[in-house]
Design a protein around this ligand. Structure first.
Ligand SMILES: *Cc1c(COP(=O)(O)O)cnc(C)c1O
Length: 374
């Protein structure tokens, strides 16, 4: 992959994605739904979905209808579940493109059914049960009557039932086991009302890795697919590989005299003659302004100095730093490595937010697209 394509870019190793999919399926012993919402957690939804399907995933999960449509436009024919809300205005497009929809409300279900009828089709739905997340989903005690109602709407094809865990990434499995118990009760109530969906699913990455009872028929993996740990309490086994690296090329290198302000606000002032480099990555790229930041250059860890700008951040360069030199914001350089988890720690957030926050204007470059071998 040379020459470097842009001022800044993200490299995504699709061989790492395929490796992680195989590891997840080996560990859980279940079919896998590759969750590629939010542009594949910033990695690129289409490329990640294709790699995951090649490696054996059977479903693709997205948060929104528009994300599912993007995958269909790219030619992905695998089953796709919209895990989140689909407003009635999007139902026609969703049904025409054979997206399966989460169902948790009768009014929305009726709107989906009307659209399906108008198209002369049925709509595949997965009933979502709220077992302790407090977000979308019917309550366990409503499941029986909801199931009976849904069964009587001919355009609704009840393909699945699912729930989502709020605390599977914590060290104590107790809250997740309690959610599983409520989910089982809801499943029994559904069955008693005559609903027998093909797919029952609950586990996110954290749950599928460490709570065997959470695995049911299908596991929905997001973060682990990308080689990122669900949390510090639930680290990934060492067989997983992070797929994403964020790189840039130095846009400027120059000597500044003593007493020269660097960046907005002049918060950093040179102590003597200093070589200052401009890295073409700023907060508009998703590189946070409010935080301490580090990068790798020449195999060394450098502190970002002064304020991060919209399009740039600045560093004090070691001798010899020149325009075009490669800078690593996330990833490996020489023996040094900055993980998305390290960035998250500095920013006081989680790795999920770091990678999903990388802006659309940063091009994604794919490595390992070859489907043969690894
Ligand atoms: C995002 C999401 C997942 C994947 O979660 P990870 O923690 O990234 O594995 C699974 N299920 C639902 C409903 C989600 O919204």
């Amino acid at each position: 992959m040379n020459p470097p394509p842009e001022l800044t870019w993200v490299e995504v190793d699709l061989a790492a994605i395929r490796n992680n999919v195989r590891e997840l399926m080996r560990i859980a012993g279940r079919p896998l739904m590759a969750v590629v919402k939010a542009n594949g957690y910033g990695h690129g939804a289409v490329a990640v979905a294709q790699a995951a399907l090649q490696a054996g995933a059977s479903w693709v999960g997205v948060a929104r209808c528009s994300e599912g449509l993007e995958l269909r436009r790219a030619g992905i024919t695998a089953p796709i579940l919209v895990l989140g809300a689909t407003p009635s205005a999007e139902a026609e497009a969703a049904i025409s493109s054979q997206l399966s929809l989460a169902l948790y409300d009768r009014g929305l279900g009726e709107a989906y059914a009307r659209q399906a009828a108008a198209l002369g089709r049925r709509v595949s739905v997965h009933i979502k049960v709220d077992t302790g997340m407090g977000r979308l989903g019917i309550l366990p005690q409503e499941t029986a009557s909801f199931g009976k109602w849904a069964l009587e709407v001919p355009e609704l094809f009840i393909e699945g039932v699912f729930t989502h865990f709020a605390r599977a990434d914590e060290s104590d499995p107790g809250p997740t086991l309690a959610q599983i118990a409520r989910f089982r009760e809801a499943l029994e109530a559904l069955q008693a009302s005559g609903v027998q969906p093909r797919w029952t699913h609950a586990a996110n990455s954290a749950a599928m890795l460490r709570i065997p009872e959470a695995r049911f028929d299908l596991c929905r993996a997001g973060i682990a697919l990308y080689g990122l740990s669900p949390s510090r309490e639930v680290p990934l086994p060492s067989s997983f590989r992070p797929a994403l690296a964020w790189k840039a090329c130095l846009a400027s290198s120059k000597d500044l005299p003593a007493g020269w302000g660097v960046s907005y606000g002049g918060e950093y002032v040179t102590a003597g003659i200093e070589t200052i480099g401009a890295i073409p990555v700023g907060y508009a790229d998703g590189w946070r302004r409010s935080a301490p930041n580090q990068i790798l250059m020449d195999g060394q860890r450098l502190e970002v100095i002064g304020r991060v700008c919209m399009d740039y951040c600045l560093v004090r360069l070691p001798a010899g730093g020149a325009i075009g030199d490669e800078v690593v914001l996330i990833g490996r350089q020489g023996d040094e490595r900055i993980l998305a988890e390290d960035v998250a720690l500095r920013w006081g957030t989680i790795n999920y937010e770091v990678v999903t926050g990388i802006a659309a204007r940063v091009p994604r470059v794919y490595l390992g697209a070859d489907s043969l071998g690894s």
